[in-house]
Write a protein that binds this ligand. Sequence first.
Ligand SMILES: NC(=O)c1ccc[n+]([C@@H]2O[C@H](COP(=O)([O-])OP(=O)(O)OC[C@H]3O[C@@H](n4cnc5c(N)ncnc54)[C@H](OP(=O)(O)O)[C@@H]3O)[C@@H](O)[C@H]2O)c1
Length: 328
Amino acid sequence: MHAMVYHRYGGPDVVHLAELPKPLPRDNEVLIRIHATTVSSADWRARTLDLPGGFGFMGRPVFGFFGPRQPILGGELAGVIEAVGRSVTRFSVGDQVFAFAGGKFGCHAEYRTLPEDGLITRKPANLSFEEAAALSFGGTTALSFLRDKAGIRAGDKVLVIGASGSVGAAAVQLAKHFGAEVTGVCSTANLKLVRSLGADRVIDYTSEDFARSGDSWDIVLNCNGAVSFAEVEASLRPGGRLVLVLGSFAQAVGLERPRKGSEKRLMSSIAQVTVEDMQFLAQLAGSGALKPVIDRVYPLADAAEAHAYVATGRKRGNVVLAVGSRPD
Ligand SMILES: NC(=O)c1ccc[n+]([C@@H]2O[C@H](COP(=O)([O-])OP(=O)(O)OC[C@H]3O[C@@H](n4cnc5c(N)ncnc54)[C@H](OP(=O)(O)O)[C@@H]3O)[C@@H](O)[C@H]2O)c1
């Protein structure tokens, strides 16, 4: 099969096309013929070892000391089940699915095997393969942070910083779905996009600082740029939470925290994902309440070009790789 691989960390040009054996599903696995996958911020981090402030020491232990342990990047996919292992009962050949391999990557290829009890869900019929491939990464992250960590409730006021990225675009839509009043922070070029996702208000960070707007929120979800608790504290309502999808090592280990006795909280961690989350996103996407934002689509063979674009930090929503020819 064709796959895009990398064997050393570095710029986009470390990614190149290779011919690899087609994987065979184990008894409990399905073999998915991939029709679309994405180049996400996680792929960029795994390729460059550019990790958030203070996390740099974890790069090689996590991704491989002497070079990438997993040579094929790509954490999410959409495709069709081509074969199933002997004990598989949940999926059949021909099922159209989307799946999240997360930090195990391996989706920038024509095929991927995954355990049937992994993060695989049937593709909503109204979504293209490109759209379905772009549902998992941003969607599951936003869901994990907004619902499970921040405990979002109807009527909450939510500020999404980085509202035009993969996680932020999903967060704006999910927060609206949960009944929140949403403000999105983005640059001038993305104001219209973020409004179209349902944001009640948008703040252009090139001309306005949300922290000086005089407004306050129950949840401030930071999906981009470094934000300290001190900068945000006055913008949190009583009981408010600063929730860091992107945070520093000091924030993650509690070196930076609210004053003792403060009823405001700082939360920084890693997204946790279950197959029920995937099904929830599929249901929302099926009903039209969640629409993956797609910026650009590249052929698989042009993955290095896609990486270069993602590395600009300016992508809007998701960058998709189209793999092979797709059924209608
Ligand atoms: N903790 C976790 O488990 C977890 C999970 C997933 C992702 N992450 C992290 O979350 C971050 C966001 O991921 P992503 O995939 O959504 O990123 P992304 O799609 O690459 O974000 C790109 C967007 O960020 C915006 N942006 C850049 N600088 C900004 C700033 N200073 N303020 C506001 N917006 C800014 C850009 O819009 P403009 O051009 O308008 O600036 C662009 O639309 C990444 O750092 C990723 O590593 C963490």
